[in-house]
Design a protein around this ligand. Structure first.
Ligand code: FAD
Length: 397
């Protein structure tokens, strides 16, 4: 019997779990995932649980990111149609009647886009008459001014997906475990330390002979933490702070637009709303604050998010029995939270590197720096990682 290739994936966010799942489909590999945070945790160093999360293309045409987002659509679309236990659901129907789909409205003066090159790039791409994704997402079309709310001269509509990270992350982890991937909670200070923690057996009573072994290869999916992780220390990484509010009420379509009241909107704030699958309520956003590491919820931001959501989606409070209070106070808040998008100058880093540590030298394949598009590019990125892993394995033999 030939020896299997022993791989340790560091990180159990959407990037690490998706990568481990895809790699586990290759019977030549055995995989261990080590991570400080795992599905179920809520922490400022763990971006994945805070995401909305939806699929709204942000990649520039012709970029690597375009390939990653394009190659992720079918995976998410199939889950939405055939695997409801994944927590992924379609927003919009083929008929487009009862649920009008995902709507993006463009303001006359893209205030926030002026502040941020990332947002400007995203707006520029999505506003094109024929963007690269017009034939990727179903039912893409530009909206006329009469179809947009007052104050928005342009907009687009398409069928999209929304996924509920509270269900989707455990779903990915379960699929990994079923495929034989081992998990271990661990905080490392240098990427090469991960190599010591390849596990042959899970730590449970049915498998008493636990044996740590040395990995042949490491995959680094540590998100924003790669800026301080020994052996990586990537200075191109920076946080983009996102404050969100989870409410009980459900919106009947996904919406994203700038604040209607643009003169009083705070820097880096805009409005989005989406219902999470399987009765998860709705996520309201939010902020896009570049370089801001603050993990604390700001109460005045929460109030502005709620005010804007009611303005953009009045249907949210249509059935409310509460009278005599301001409209935004009629919403039932479950919690407000903050996540840090792991953004990177030059975009996501998917590349292999030969790294030498104190006790191990070998190939590390990086997969981090996904900014605000980690879910919608996850499968495409994992496919690129799988290709690099194959290259590294053949180089090492
Ligand atoms: C408010 C908000 C809204 C968003 N909306 C969307 C959206 O609608 N669509 C979309 O596609 N994306 C969205 N994103 C972006 C998306 O959430 C991120 O790109 C994605 O979650 C990054 O995942 P990751 O696995 O790379 O990193 P993370 O989720 O941060 O995971 C990092 C993992 O590495 C582990 N780790 C780190 N350092 C160490 C260490 N030293 N030792 C051991 N383990 C370590 C952590 O414990 C964790 O398990 C949003 C993000 C935010 C904050």
């Amino acid at each position: 019997m030939t020896e299997k290739i022993k791989i340790v994936v560091v990180g159990a966010g959407v990037s690490g779990l998706t990568t481990a799942l895809l790699l586990s489909q290759n019977s030549d590999y055995k995989i261990t995932v080590i991570a400080k945070h795992q599905p179920g945790d809520l922490d400022i160093e763990y971006a994945s649980p805070w995401a909305g999360a939806n699929y709204i293309p942000v990649a520039l045409a012709g970029s690597h990111e375009e390939v990653y987002e394009r190659n992720t659509w079918d995976w998410l679309y199939d889950l939405a149609r055939y695997t409801p236990e994944s927590g992924v659901h379609l927003v919009g129907t083929f008929e487009g009647k009862d649920r009008p789909g995902c709507h993006e409205y463009f303001p006359p003066r893209a205030k926030d886009s002026e502040d941020s090159p990332d947002l400007r790039q995203w707006r520029d791409e999505i506003e094109k008459p024929n963007p690269w994704f017009e034939n990727v997402v179903p039912n893409w079309r530009q909206l006329s001014e009469s179809e947009c709310p007052a104050g928005y001269p342009r907009g687009v509509s398409f069928t999209s997906i929304c996924l509920n990270p509270q269900i989707y992350l455990p779903f990915l982890q379960s699929r990994c475990i079923k495929a034989g991937v081992k998990f271990r909670r661990l905080d490392i200070s240098h990427i090469t330390q991960a190599a010591q923690y390849f596990l042959h057996n899970q730590r449970d009573t049915m498998a008493p002979n636990i044996k740590n072994d040395t990995a042949d290869l490491i995959v680094n999916c540590t998100g924003l933490s790669s800026h301080k992780l020994g052996g990586v220390k990537d200075e191109k990484l920076y946080p983009v702070r996102g404050q969100i509010v989870l409410i009980q009420e459900e919106v009947d379509y996904m919406i994203s637009c700038a604040d209607e009241d643009q003169d009083t909107a705070a820097e880096g704030e805009f409005c989005y709303a989406m219902s999470r699958g399987a009765g998860g309520g709705s996520i309201l956003g939010g902020t896009y604050q570049i370089g801001n590491w603050d993990g604390k919820v700001n109460d005045s931001t929460t109030e502005r998010i709620l005010r804007r959501a009611v303005k953009c989606c009045p249907a949210l409070i249509a059935g409310s029995q509460k009278t005599g209070i301001e409209d935004w106070k009629k919403l039932t808040v479950v919690r407000a939270g903050v996540g840090l998008r792991p953004a990177r100058k030059d975009g996501v880093r998917i590349e292999s590197e030969l790294i030498t540590g104190k006790a191990w030298k070998g190939w590390v394949v990086h997969n981090y720096g996904h900014g605000g598009y980690g879910y919608q590019s996850s499968w495409g990125c994992a496919r690129q990682v799988a290709k690099l892993v194959r290259d590294c394995v053949s180089r090492a033999l």
